[in-house]
Design a protein around this ligand. Structure first.
Ligand code: BG6
Length: 287
């Protein structure tokens, strides 16, 4: 039995505290006698425990309502079974590609990817009928607050019970081939500040006068294309800003950045495009 030199795996490590292959090959002790060579990539060095896969879960959950909406639109317009199947086929193929790529770069073991895919699809299925439409802005603000407080409470409770939730960050930093590949955005609290910011931003955007104006006017296909291009450019620029090096400042910056995202995408850019195209349009002829 190959148990000599194996790392002590404490009980709290086992429950939802998966290992990443890029550090497991070194830490497990299985390869002490014949050290394994692992090839890493700039996106390998995730700092979370990796179970289930966050990429698969988020992608699966976020694309589910889009897949359902597209399927119902196609069903209204086409009688072909193949056409009706297209959205679910595209959904499954895309998720399969995401899952395989996570395994290929040694960010995950296959069971973690499978867990992420199932959890994502389940989340999408359960939450799609409950999309919060026409909720007051306080609903979004309180959701952001509940996310921040809830996660902090769990974090500090576990810390006080002696469970160090940053163990995976230490392992990632230890075994990542290059220190610059350990991205600050992969830290668990980065995801939290991002999601809380996005929830608040969505509330602000949906209750803004810009959004109300865009909703009344309804954008044409060319205007929508212009919005898409402009949004991609602006979000790209925001990403180019980089991050503050200090961790607490980074969390605040990340929160504000992702509060701005939905405001740009949902309200500000469409309003700007609408205002510009109204100015450009020739005045209507009087009879
Ligand atoms: O578990 P995975 O697939 O490596 O994904 C990790 C990612 O999971 C996401 O849920 C987080 O929002 C990211 O911050 C994190 O980097």
């Amino acid at each position: 039995m190959k148990t000599l030199g194996m790392r002590d795996t404490t009980p709290q490590r086992r429950f939802l505290f998966g290992e990443r292959p890029f550090w497991w090959v070194h830490e497990s002790g299985y390869y002490n006698e014949a050290p394994a060579q692992v090839h890493q990539f700039p996106v390998s060095c995730e700092t979370g425990p990796g179970s289930p896969s966050g990429h698969c879960m988020i992608t699966g959950a976020a694309l589910w309502p889009i897949m359902i909406a597209t399927s119902s639109q196609i069903a209204k317009r086409s009688h072909s079974h193949w056409m009706k199947l297209m959205p679910s086929l595209a959904y499954s193929t895309f998720l399969l590609a995401v899952g395989l790529s996570r395994i290929f770069i040694l960010a995950h073991f296959p069971h973690q990817v499978l867990g992420g895919l199932i959890a994502g699809a389940l989340l999408g299925w359960l939450m799609t009928p409950h999309v919060p439409i026409d909720r007051p802005v306080s609903f979004y603000g309180l959701t952001a607050l509940a996310l921040l407080l809830g996660a902090s409470l769990i974090y500090w409770s576990l810390i006080s019970l002696g469970i160090d939730l940053t163990w995976s960050v230490h392992l990632a930093s230890k075994w990542c081939e290059r220190p610059e590949w350990v991205h600050i955005e992969t830290r668990p609290f980065a995801g939290l500040s991002r999601d809380a910011g996005a929830a608040l931003g969505l509330g602000i955007a949906l209750h803004s006068p810009c959004y109300a104006q865009v909703r009344r006017a309804r954008l044409g296909i060319l205007q929508q294309a212009a919005c898409l291009l402009l949004v991609l450019g602006l979000l790209g620029l925001l990403n180019c800003l980089g991050n503050p090096p200090q961790l607490s400042l980074f969390y605040v910056f990340n929160f504000l950045k992702f509060t701005l995202w939905p405001c740009l995408v949902t309200a500000l850019v469409p309003w700007l495009v609408l205002s510009l195209s109204v100015q450009e349009a020739p005045p209507a002829k009087s009879k």
